[in-house]
Design a binder for this molecule. Structure first.
Ligand SMILES: [Zn+2]
Length: 234
């Protein structure tokens, strides 16, 4: 009996990792960092665009930093001009679902529709069709592999999660300054799920400190595609 229980726990743990683990490929091709030998890193921002995104764009411009924005279709629909401003500033755009659901226990058709609608909304607003996808809450599920394949999307997880939706700026900054190294993909947020005019001061204030410190350490900021060499593949 005890062995059966133990086997169940091991199976459940393995399955949970397949769904949310950063290196899991169980539900489709996915990356979470670039080559460790390089001095480049990638900043990524999820849940936008939001009314608060322009303040972040201004900061990135001041430091000549390119980043990757994983946008939600519904937010793009609300703020197409801000989505366009992100592209015009030279940043990369990825798909972060339409309405930010958790995919566990969702149907294949639901998952495909969430991704496909977002591709259309982003393309309509910006003329860019994303090649990257980040699952909301990092949750992948059955049906995602075929949806990604049909829409030509590579999954992107992260090496470091900034917890900027709940940590104060000082804590986010300290964490990133201490932990970041070459090849990292850093996950932050320029929106807060579907919130209108979210407060992202923690994100922007943390980066005001973090970017110059990391640049002085010799780290360069690149888009995810550049960091992972995806832009060199056909
Ligand atoms: Zn998200």
């Amino acid at each position: 009996m005890i062995y059966l229980l133990l086997a169940c726990v091991i199976l459940a743990t393995g399955f949970a990792y397949a769904v949310r683990g950063r290196s899991s490929q169980a539900f489709g091709p996915s990356m979470y960092r670039g080559d460790r030998a390089q001095s480049a890193i990638a900043l990524t921002f999820d849940d936008g665009p939001s009314e608060s995104t322009p303040a972040l764009l201004e900061l990135l411009k001041q430091h000549d930093v390119r980043a990757t924005f994983f946008m939600c279709g519904k937010n793009v629909e609300r703020l197409p001009e801000i989505a366009r401003a992100v592209v015009e500033a030279g940043h990369e755009i990825g798909n972060h679902t339409d309405t930010h659901p958790r995919f566990d226990f969702c149907s294949r058709a639901f998952i495909y529709d969430e991704l496909a609608r977002t591709q259309v909304k982003i393309a309509n607003a910006t003329s860019v069709t994303p090649k990257l996808f980040r699952a909301s809450y990092g949750v992948r599920w059955f049906g995602l592999r075929s949806a990604q394949a049909q829409l030509n999307l590579t999954g992107v997880m992260w090496t470091l999660m900034g917890h900027d939706w709940k940590w104060p700026a000082e804590r986010v900054a300290k964490f990133l300054i201490e932990r970041t190294r070459g090849g990292d993909v850093i996950c932050l947020h320029d929106g807060r799920e579907m919130q209108i005019a979210p407060d992202i001061r923690s994100t922007v204030d943390a980066l005001r400190t973090v970017i110059p410190v990391l640049q002085r350490k010799g780290l360069r900021f690149q888009t995810v595609s550049a960091l992972a060499g995806l832009d060199r593949k056909p």
